[in-house]
Design a protein around this ligand. Structure first.
Ligand SMILES: Nc1ncnc2c1ncn2[C@@H]1O[C@H](COP(=O)(O)OS(=O)(=O)O)[C@@H](OP(=O)(O)O)[C@H]1O
Ligand SMILES: [Mg+2]
Ligand SMILES: [Mg+2]
Ligand SMILES: [Mg+2]
Length: 357
C-alpha cells in the first residue's frame, strides 16, 4: 500500500526548498524592499515571490485543492515596478536539479500568471476538504533584521493537519547545535552549515535534513528531548513583544524554577527547534484580547512537534483547531513542550494567566 500523503510531502518539501532559495537571494542581494500592509506589518518581495512559487507547484499537482496563504497581489497589480521586480526574481529562481524542477511543474509563464497564482491563496479555509496553509516568510521582521525566519507549508484534510514542512534557512544544520536565535552574523555563508528542512506526515514521525538547492538531501528522524529536570529546561518565545507576553512567560519560567533566560527567536523555527530537541518549551502568550493567530503561522509547526513526541495546545490546554477558517479563532496562545511535561507547563501557564479551574 502506498504511504499516505507521500506525493503531497515530496511536492511540499521541494516547493519549500525552492521558495527558500528565492528568499535567500532576496536577503543576499539586499533587495529586501518592503511594503507595509493594512495591518502595518511588513511584507517583502521575498514574501510575494515565495508564495507565487509554492502555489505554482501546488496548482500543478493538486489543482482542485484550496489554498490559504498570507499574502495577496492587490498591491502588486497597482505597482508595476514592484511587480516587475518580483517577477524577475520568480522567473529566475529554480532548483539546481532539473528533475526536481520539472517535478514542480516548470516555469510560470508571465507576470500576470504570477499575480493570479499569488491570489489563489484566498480560500477562507474551514472544516471540509483539502486545504493548504502557506506562510511564505514567517517572521518577516526576523528576515529583515537578519535573524530567524521560516518558509511554512501545511496540508489540512477536513481540518486536520496531515503534512507539515518548514524551511529554516538560518537555523544550524546540526540538530545538536545549541539553541540560539542569532545566526552568527549575516555574513556567514551557507557552507558554514545553516539551512534546515523540517517535515512530518501525520502518524509517520518527523524529520530534519539540510535545506538544499536541488534534490532533497538525506533526512534524519528527529524527536523532542526528554526533560528530566524541568528547572534546566530551555524555553523559547517570540522576539516581538507585541506577539507574545514576555513578562508573563518570565513568571511562568519562575514558577517552573527555570533559571535560563528565554531564547527569543523569530518564526516557526521555534517549532522546528523544539522538534529536534534544541529547545524544550515554546510559549506564545496572548498580548491582546482580540488578536486571532493565523493558521499559516502554526499548521506545519504544530504537526512537526507532535510527530516528534511533543504536545501543542493553546493556553487553555485545547489542541489547535485549524478547521474554523483562516485563523485559530477557537484558540488563545500556544504552549508546546515534550508530551511528558506538557501538563506541568500548562498548569503553570494557567496559574499565571489566571485560567486555573
Ligand atoms: N499581535 C500578534 N500576536 C501574535 N502573533 C502576531 C501578532 N501580530 C502578528 N503576529 C504574527 O507573528 C508572526 C511572527 O511569528 P513570531 O512571533 O513567532 O516571530 S517574530 O518574533 O514575530 O518574528 C508574524 O508572521 P509573519 O507576518 O509571517 O512574520 C505575524 O503573523
Ligand atoms: Mg506577515
Ligand atoms: Mg507568519
Ligand atoms: Mg509571513
Amino acid at each position: 500500500m502506498a504511504t499516505p500523503y507521500a506525493k503531497e510531502l515530496e511536492v511540499a518539501q521541494l516547493a519549500v526548498q525552492r521558495a527558500a532559495r528565492l528568499t535567500k537571494r532576496v536577503f543576499h542581494e539586499k533587495a529586501k524592499g518592503t511594503v507595509s500592509k493594512d495591518d502595518k506589518s511588513p511584507v517583502t518581495i521575498g514574501d510575494f515571490g515565495a508564495q507565487a512559487l509554492i502555489i505554482a507547484a501546488l496548482r500543478h499537482h493538486f489543482p482542485s485543492d484550496e489554498i490559504v496563504a498570507e499574502e495577496e497581489a492587490a498591491q502588486l497589480r497597482a505597482d508595476a515596478p514592484l511587480r516587475d521586480q518580483i517577477w524577475e526574481l520568480v522567473r529566475t529562481t529554480r532548483l539546481d536539479d532539473a528533475d526536481a524542477e520539472a517535478f514542480l511543474g516548470g516555469a510560470i509563464p508571465d507576470a500576470d500568471a504570477m499575480l493570479d497564482l499569488i491570489d489563489r491563496g484566498s480560500s477562507q479555509g474551514g472544516a471540509r476538504g483539502r486545504i493548504w496553509a502557506i506562510d511564505p516568510i514567517d517572521g518577516t521582521k526576523g528576515f529583515l533584521r537578519g535573524g530567524q525566519y521560516a518558509v511554512c507549508l501545511g496540508l489540512m484534510v477536513d481540518g486536520d493537519v496531515k503534512v507539515g514542512v518548514l524551511g529554516c534557512p538560518n537555523l544550524p544544520v546540526d540538530d545538536a547545535a545549541p539553541l540560539t536565535a542569532d545566526i552568527g552574523g549575516a555574513h556567514q555563508t551557507d557552507e558554514e552549515g545553516r539551512g534546515v528542512l523540517f517535515s512530518a506526515v501525520q502518524g509517520q514521525g518527523a524529520t530534519s535534513r539540510p535545506l538544499g538547492a536541488g534534490a532533497l538531501r538525506e533526512a534524519k528522524a528527529i524527536s523532542v528531548k526528554p526533560v528530566t529536570d524541568l528547572s534546566s529546561a530551555t524555553f523559547c518565545e517570540s522576539v516581538e513583544s507585541g506577539h507574545s507576553n514576555q513578562s508573563e512567560s518570565a513568571q511562568i519560567a519562575q514558577k517552573l524554577n527555570i533559571t535560563k533566560p528565554s531564547v527569543r527567536m523569530d518564526s516557526q523555527a521555534k517549532y522546528g527547534s523544539l522538534a529536534r530537541g534544541a529547545g524544550d518549551i515554546y510559549l506564545r502568550l496572548p498580548t491582546s484580547k482580540t488578536y486571532q493567530e493565523k493558521i499559516w503561522d502554526h499548521a506545519a509547526g504544530d504537526l512537526i512537534v507532535r510527530e516528534a513526541g511533543g504536545q501543542v495546545t493553546d493556553t487553555t490546554g485545547s489542541r489547535l483547531d485549524f478547521s474554523v477558517g483562516r485563523t485559530l479563532a477557537s484558540n488563545k496562545g500556544v504552549v508546546a513542550a515534550p508530551a511528558a511535561i506538557h501538563g506541568q507547563v500548562i498548569k503553570a501557564v494557567q496559574e499565571v494567566l489566571g485560567l486555573s479551574k
